[in-house]
Design a protein around this ligand. Structure first.
Ligand code: 8OZ
Length: 368
């Protein structure tokens, strides 16, 4: 039988009733003081929850050092765990399944986001090209990062393990390691940002080490069946990009597969950007098509899908599930609209990041 977006799917201990997934989306609406999720955030996620539907909650720094944007929720303080419980309880009350994305921004942070105005950290002292947002939301050039010392690596890895434990105590069903989009893990992966000469740099094996050690630490803490990971091969977000991605990502995916993680989440390169515009890069390979043979578990694909493209990706076996971002923002009942082929409400990009309920919890459902 050909699978569709509406065939149930086992995801570790969870049973998904459909395969329309909420992509992890930075919305910058946590409390400015303490970076805690709020009742408004709980309302937003609950609106998008469906029985047996998977929501991947927005990228959440694992430490103060991991922050790089205003008003994003963290998962490293007791108050943040309490705030996240509002979200997970509201989603579970509607029968939903919710994972949390664990994040460290690395060199694309800015000293204004860092404790005591410290210099952002990265694999090597190489600045990203372009601009980022400072604490006040102003565009500023990327800074020259400080290269992490070898003896800082165990604590860095442990911050992901601890954040995963925190996520489970906050009620999440699992976590997704953010290994994509030019943030710290991807900075280690790629030769343009990593020129280390120790065991975390140089060879492909060494550049993949941080992903694999973090994945093993998180899976050891909460179970591989609750641990997913997101990658963006061929992506260019935040001044990332490997000249020859295939050998690098083939090794990484094959090694991750040995850890038995519950899912691999890929960002299709055609959609790679930084959230500033609707970027479509033509002529890119399909990451899912290329890497599917190396991944025996659940594969979630993301990046610029429409209804037909998502149905096709699941029907031809390239993906088991498809994550939607922009259209899940503007259509809280997106799974139902896709199921019945209903028209979609367009999204309003100026309200993607920051602000309150407008452009966040005020998009209509079909019933409204
Ligand atoms: C858009 C704006 C800020 C952050 C990512 C977490 O690209 C993000 C992000 C996207 O993965």
């Amino acid at each position: 039988m050909t699978e569709t977006l509406f065939t149930p799917l086992a995801l570790g201990p969870a049973r998904l009733q459909h395969r329309v997934v909420l992509a992890p989306l930075t919305r910058m609406r946590a409390s400015p003081d303490g970076n805690m999720p709020t009742a408004l955030n709980a309302q937003y996620y609950a609106q998008r929850a469906t029985p047996g539907g998977l929501l991947i909650a927005e990228a959440s720094p694992v430490s103060w050092q991991g922050h790089g944007h205003p008003n994003v929720p963290g998962i490293h303080t007791a108050a943040q765990i309490t705030g996240w419980k509002l979200v997970t309880e509201a989603v579970h009350a509607r029968g939903g399944v919710i994972f949390l994305q664990l994040w460290h921004t690395g060199r694309v942070s800015h000293s204004s986001h860092q404790p005591d105005g410290a210099t952002p950290v990265g694999p090597s002292a190489i600045a990203a090209q372009g601009t980022t947002m400072d604490k006040r939301g102003q565009a500023v050039p990327y800074e020259l990062p400080r290269a992490l010392e070898l003896d800082e690596m165990p604590a860095l890895i442990d911050s992901f393990r601890q954040a995963a434990a925190n996520a489970i105590s906050a009620g999440f069903d699992g976590v997704e390691i953010h290994g994509a989009n030019g943030y710290l893990l991807e900075q280690f992966l790629q030769s343009r940002s990593n020129v280390r000469t120790d065991r975390y740099g140089g060879s492909i094996e060494n550049r993949c080490r941080l992903h694999l050690e973090i994945a093993a630490a998180v899976a050891g803490e909460i179970g591989a069946d609750r641990t997913g990971i997101r990658l963006s091969p061929w992506g260019v977000a935040n001044d990332s990009g490997e000249a020859d991605p295939l050998p690098l990502y083939s090794h990484l995916v094959a090694e991750l597969a040995k850890l038995g993680l519950v899912y691999l989440h890929l960002v299709e390169p055609r959609a790679s950007g930084t959230g500033k515009a609707d970027i479509v890069r033509d002529g890119q390979p399909s990451a899912a098509q290329v890497l599917r043979p190396l991944w025996p578990g659940v594969l979630i694909d993301a990046g610029g899908f429409d209804r037909d493209g998502a149905l096709q990706a699941v029907a031809d076996g390239r993906a088991d599930a498809v994550a939607f971002g922009r259209y899940f923002i503007s259509n809280p009942d997106l799974p139902r609209r896709i199921e019945i082929g209903a028209p979609l409400t367009p999204y309003h990009r100026p309200t993607f990041y920051g602000g309150g309920a407008a452009g966040y919890t005020d998009y209509p459902t079909l019933d409204a």
